[in-house]
Ligand binder design. Structure first.
Ligand code: ADP
Ligand code: MG
Length: 701
């Protein structure tokens, strides 16, 4: 008897090669196979006559008797096999084309000849071709039956089409799924008793839903079953997330803060601006969390330039006022150093020890010793660093607040390591990646959430054009002459043979001799070392360069107020979210800024994509459109590694389900917070299995 975790490489007929191909599709176990759902369906319920096939000239199903075959060799080893086919009214040929290997005597048509034997019956899925006086049918799939009345497996019904990969054809995937379904579908955990009715989604058993998704009677049937399965998947996820929040809330923390206003007021008075309404609200939320008896577990979302840093710094100062240590971790050294500079600047004249701790500083022996000593005595209050800070086995005296900036750049493991630095730390995750609501619920569902929606006033929205080079460079030069600065961004560093794309290195040479010959041009790319990158960025900030030619390494966090121009070459090669992040590097002052997107593909699709960029500056709107165009899989992939994938959920169609399951999940956990009642046994098992790598958050055993 199989079980759901049984590895398919041990199944009969699969073998090593194919199991490796399946692994590429993320399929390793019996459970993976039965929930490997079709991407679409092919309706093979209707059989047409040969005569009609030549009328439609489109893919259709035929049922025919096999006649004789004829073989021809054309030039270059190209071989043709025509096989006679008959139905009640007419006859024609199915044609197979194969190329013979040089010097080979092997009969390349053996498998086909074996199948298409004189006098047998065949179901054919294919399309008729009319070429001059040549008429034949090209076969995309077939099934041979011995007797006319035998029931076919893959015809007379709606057929699933699976995501394919090299080394696996549809037919083999279909057969494997079908065999495994038959033997193991009933093993799938049954949760339907816990799930109340919702809208018109039928109540099914798991196994029936799974079968119907693979082999529906009608397309409506398939969609209903998919919705049911999605409901179940989301119910499990939301229960797990709610459980996680519930458990975080259960641990009381040790640290206590009172607002003393010693540091905070001085800091506020020194700031050159007022907090925006959204910033005030964010600070209020965070202070309330910090003063609560439970650890803070909050995510702060805010578009690029919305001013998250001063919010974070307020939290840091509340910790410091109460004699605790606070740490802010950035995903890159450039960003960490920028934070360090900005924060030191804002805190100048305030007596509080702030350090930068990156792999660079932590490696130097004498610096390291000083830092470690300061961390241990509690002398150092504010620590700004990168992931090496969390990967290092550093001890702190009384670290109470951990802030992760651009948190989506950190992996799950890094986050866990960060949280391990203190006993019950207050945690604030910040992100500038605006994500649609549906996704934010699934990604941050175990956290409280604050969003900064409005940018500080006094910003002039960036004007964005989809343009040609001439227009972009001419306008750039006008701006440069006014003392402003420009970024030119390329998708690749060096010229490559494979892609006919302009690259940063080659073009920087060209541009500095042509368009930008009167200006100073700098170059920045990801193969430079961190100190090199910093030096270039600093020079650009100090206006030693007017133009910075770069790859997307400038994507996050860089703040150069006089940069008012951004030209993005091969804009079609970037995702919308990446473009938005890049564009966020300009428009950082009251001056008018301009972005020029140069589309090298000129395809309709990329034109449509880029028009979203020219029509809005809202990161949330862009993310929403990105989700619609690219699909959630890809976005989830880029946002967070190691997040459990959905099998049937459609994040666009199933928003209603997400909201509904969130509610019922809450009810389940509040009734049974440890999931120990009998009715929840299966649910508990499923959650534990699915979120094994997140058990620290979720705490189910
Ligand atoms: P992000 O949210 O992208 O991290 P930053 O914190 O880097 O944004 O802020 C972007 C810029 O806006 C900084 O130069 C910062 O000093 C400035 N800023 C932040 N808050 C305000 C405000 N309330 N009014 C004016 N400028 C602000
Ligand atoms: Mg930032």
């Amino acid at each position: 008897m199989l079980n759901l975790d049984y590895e398919i490489r041990y199944l009969k007929n699969i073998g090593l090669k194919r199991s490796q191909a399946f692994a590429k599709l993320g399929i390793k176990t019996v459970e993976d196979i039965i929930t490997f759902f079709p991407v679409k369906y092919q309706d093979r319920r209707k059989i047409v006559s040969i005569k009609d096939a030549y009328k439609y000239l489109q893919e259709c199903c035929l049922f025919v008797k096999i006649g004789r075959s004829y073989e021809k060799t054309l030039s270059h080893g190209l071989c043709i096999l025509d096989v006679e086919i008959f139905d009640d009214a007419s006859m024609s040929y199915v044609r197979f084309l194969r190329k013979k290997k040089q010097y080979s005597n092997m009969d390349i048509f053996i498998p086909i000849k074996k199948a298409f034997k004189l006098g047998t019956w065949a179901y054919i899925y294919g399309s008729a071709k009319l070429k001059r006086d040549n008429r034949f049918i090209v076969v995309s799939d077939y099934e041979i039956v011995k007797n006319k009345n035998d029931n076919p497996i893959s015809f007379n019904k709606i057929i699933p089409i699976y995501p394919a990969t090299e080394g696996l054809n549809q037919r083999f995937i279909r057969e494997t799924v079908k065999t495994v379904l038959e033997s193991s579908c009933e093993l799938y955990p049954e949760l339907s008793a816990l799930i109340p009715n919702f809208k018109n989604i039928p109540k099914l058993n798991s196994s029936i839903a799974i079968r119907k998704i693979h082999y529906p009677n009608t397309l409506e049937d398939a969609e209903n079953a998919r919705r049911f399965f999605a409901l179940q998947e989301f119910f499990v996820l939301e229960t797990a997330l709610y459980l996680a929040r519930y458990n975080v809330k259960k641990n009381l923390k040790i640290q206590k803060y009172t607002i003393q206003k010693t540091l905070l007021t001085t800091f506020k008075n020194k700031l050159k601006f007022e907090f925006t309404k959204d910033q005030k609200k964010a600070i209020n939320d965070i202070f309330a969390d910090m003063q609560s008896i439970y650890p803070m577990n909050r995510v702060l979302m805010g578009d690029v330039g919305s001013g998250k840093t001063v919010v974070a710094l307020s939290a840091i100062l509340l910790a410091a006022e109460n004699d605790y240590q606070a740490m802010i971790v950035a995903p890159t050294e450039i960003l960490a150093e920028q934070h360090y500079r900005a924060i030191s600047n804002m805190l100048s004249g305030i007596n509080i020890k702030t350090v930068l701790a990156t792999s660079h500083t932590l490696k130097k022996k004498n610096v390291r010793e000083k830092l470690l000593a300061g961390f241990a005595t509690g002398d150092i209050k504010i620590i700004i660093g990168t992931h090496s800070l969390i990967e290092d086995r550093i001890k702190f005296k009384n670290l109470s607040l951990i802030i992760l900036d651009e948190q989506h750049k950190f992996g799950v493991m890094q986050k866990l390591l960060a949280l391990d630095k203190a006993v019950s730390p207050d945690v604030l995750m910040m992100t500038a990646t605006p994500i649609p609501r549906a996704l934010s619920i699934t990604l941050y569902g175990e956290m409280d959430m604050t969003t900064i929606t409005h940018l500080p006033s006094g910003r002039t929205p960036v004007k964005t054009y989809s343009s040609n080079e001439q227009f972009a460079y001419t306008n750039a030069i006008k701006e440069l002459k006014n003392g402003n600065q420009a970024y030119v961004v390329y998708p690749i560093i060096d010229e490559s043979d494979k892609l006919a794309l302009k690259s940063a290195v080659q073009e920087s040479e060209k541009l500095s001799k042509t368009w930008f010959k009167d200006f100073k041009v700098g170059l920045l790319h990801g193969r430079m070392t961190s100190p090199e990158k910093n030096k270039i960025m600093q020079k650009f900030k100090n206006k030693e360069f007017n133009v910075l030619i770069s790859t997307s390494v400038i994507e996050v966090g860089i703040d150069v107020p006089d940069a008012t121009i951004m030209i993005i070459q091969h804009a079609d090669r970037f995702g919308l979210s990446a473009l938005h992040q890049l564009r966020g590097r300009i428009g950082r002052s009251a001056k008018q800024s301009y972005a020029y997107l140069i589309d090298s593909s000129n395809s309709e699709a990329s034109c449509k994509r880029l028009s979203i960029m020219t029509s809005t500056n809202s990161g949330f709107k862009i993310a929403e459109e990105d989700l619609k165009m690219r699909g959630p899989g890809e976005i989830m992939g880029t946002i967070q590694h190691g997040f459990p994938g959905f099998k049937a959920v459609d994040l666009i169609k199933d928003i209603d389900i997400i909201e509904f399951t969130r509610k019922i999940a809450t009810e389940v956990i509040e009734r049974d917070p440890t999931l120990s009642k009998n009715e929840n046994t299966v649910l508990k098992k499923v959650i534990y299995k699915r979120f094994l790598n997140k058990t620290k958050f979720i705490n189910v055993r």
